[in-house]
Design a protein around this ligand. Structure first.
Ligand SMILES: *[C@@H]1O[C@H](CO)[C@@H](O)[C@H](O)[C@H]1NC(C)=O
Ligand SMILES: *[C@@H]1O[C@H](CO)[C@@H](O)[C@H](O)[C@H]1NC(C)=O
Ligand SMILES: *[C@@H]1O[C@H](CO)[C@@H](O)[C@H](O)[C@H]1NC(C)=O
Length: 442
């Protein structure tokens, strides 16, 4: 059974209440889609026929999130036979595109393609195409009323190939570029990174993937197949791979957040699932499958986002996670034609504020047993960008405070029963561009 059925069933049974845990599967596969004239990838057979077959197998096995790399000139054939409901639009064949695409049973917001700052043609033609990585906030689960949503920031990548010294330099720069992006844009969030790193722990020059592990990401292959020990001795995989302990360059990394816990349950090379009818391989890379269990935070959760993905990312999740029983004492908003700034001051004095200094300030001081339990946000367009125009907060005593200018495009949020709104996450500059609420138990 495909996992999407389980997700749908859970929502139907629970109505507006969000599921608080579940499972999902991922697959990372370099689909060897360079034009045959440039590179046959050591794969027998016709590339169009093989691409149709890869798409058929994507549909058949129904992995929840698939990352394809080298999805260049046979992309249309993969999408022709695949049936995942959410798929990225191709960025083009060689030499226009990055070859990175996502096929998923789960929706996302805020998709971006980012090009590597560094490439090397020392061996193979890495500068021929604008390779890089992609970013999306994947919606793992959400209540039908949008009050609570579980997200993970999901990255696909294809790093520089080769082992000449300029390749090694470019590849470490690539992986470090993703790490820096995560540090800025995924602060406070659960993260999944999976793709073709072109890196091996067992190659001493590949230092960057080891620093991912040192900086809080986990590799399910290391944890589940190598007993938690990062290998220093090379064991190359055959293709199809006969075991799960050999090392390939296609890798999976992940971390949890205070808002969502991820746990890797199983890792395998899914090579035997992706063979031609005569037993030949469909790609020169072994596809990687990891299955995860997710659960929403026990002391912090979040709402759906409203507004647009402009301005800089901010999140109160990490700060709030370090405070025992956070409770807003004062709400302060600034607004005018749009919403300039949102803020709460917690009862321990911690101030959480985001946005600019324009507009007029309004505030509401809450009683000791009064909680912020409901909010409404309205969005609109300014200079072609979707931004947050309006906020209205309501407390458990029925008092309200609002700021900005209401539009016709609004969303209402109520804290889950027994919970309250305690802070924010989203994107802002001079004004508030995108906003979601952080909830904590009362
Ligand atoms: C939840 O959000 C989506 C848009 O993202 C909207 O279509 C839907 O109507 C919302 N649900 C409710 C109950 O407001
Ligand atoms: C896994 O397969 C590789 C490639 O055939 C081989 O070198 C390695 O010894 C195998 N490992 C185990 C534990 O069988
Ligand atoms: C992941 O889950 C799928 C569907 O239940 C299953 O077929 C597959 O074997 C699992 N993968 C691993 C690595 O256990």
């Amino acid at each position: 059974m495909k996992s999407i059925s389980c997700i749908t069933a859970a929502l139907l049974v629970e109505g507006a209440l969000a599921a608080t845990s579940g499972k999902f599967s991922i697959l990372s596969m370099n689909v060897a889609g360079l034009p045959a004239i440039l590179n046959q990838n050591d794969v027998p057979g016709d590339k169009t026929t093989n691409a149709l077959s890869i798409g058929t197998k994507f549909a058949q096995y129904g992995f929840d999130v698939i990352h394809a790399q080298e999805d260049f000139n046979y992309h249309a054939s993969i999408y022709q036979t695949d049936n995942h409901p959410f798929r990225t639009a191709t960025s083009g064949g060689v030499p226009l595109g990055s070859g990175l695409n996502t096929l998923a049973n789960l929706d996302w917001v805020d998709f971006k393609r980012i090009k590597w700052a560094t490439c090397s043609d020392a061996s193979s033609s890495d500068c021929l195409t604008p390779k890089g990585f992609t970013f999306m906030r994947l919606v793992i689960s959400g209540s039908t009323d949008n009050t609570t949503t579980v997200y993970a920031d999901v990255y696909n990548l294809h790093a520089d190939a080769g082992t000449e010294s300029a390749d090694n330099v470019a590849r470490q720069a690539n992986i470090n570029q993703v790490a820096e992006y995560i540090a800025t844009w995924s602060k406070g969030n659960a993260v999944l990174v999976f793709g073709d790193t072109n890196s091996r722990y067992s190659r001493t020059a590949d230092t960057a993937i080891r620093s991912l592990l040192a900086n809080g990401l986990r590799d399910p292959w290391v944890d589940l197949q190598r007993g938690g020990v990062v290998p220093s001795v090379e064991t190359l995989c055959a293709n199809p791979s006969s075991n799960n302990t050999c090392e390939t360059v296609d890798k999976v990394f992940f971390r949890s957040s205070p808002l969502a816990t991820l746990q890797a349950d199983a890792f395998r090379y899914a090579s035997s699932l992706f063979l031609q009818a005569d037993g030949n391989i469909l790609s020169d890379h072994n596809p990687v499958n990891v299955n995860f269990t997710w659960s929403s935070g026990s002391s912090l959760r979040q709402s759906k986002f409203w507004g647009g993905p402009h301005g800089n990312w901010f999140s109160d999740a990490t700060t709030l996670a370090s405070i025992s029983k956070p409770k807003p004492a004062t709400l302060t908003f600034r607004g005018g034609s749009r919403l300039d700034n949102v803020g709460v001051t917690l009862k321990d004095g911690t101030a959480l504020t985001h946005g600019g200094t324009g507009g007029t300030a309004v505030s509401l001081t809450l009683g000791t047993s009064e909680y912020w339990v409901e909010a409404q946000l309205c969005q609109g367009q300014k200079d072609g960008w979707t931004r947050v125009f309006y906020i209205r907060a309501a407390t458990s005593s029925g008092r309200t405070v609002s700021s900005g200018t209401a539009t016709v495009d609004c969303m209402s949020f109520s804290a889950p029963s027994g919970w309250q709104i305690v802070g924010f996450l989203g994107q802002a500059g001079d004004e508030v561009d995108q906003l979601a609420f952080v909830y904590a138990p009362k």
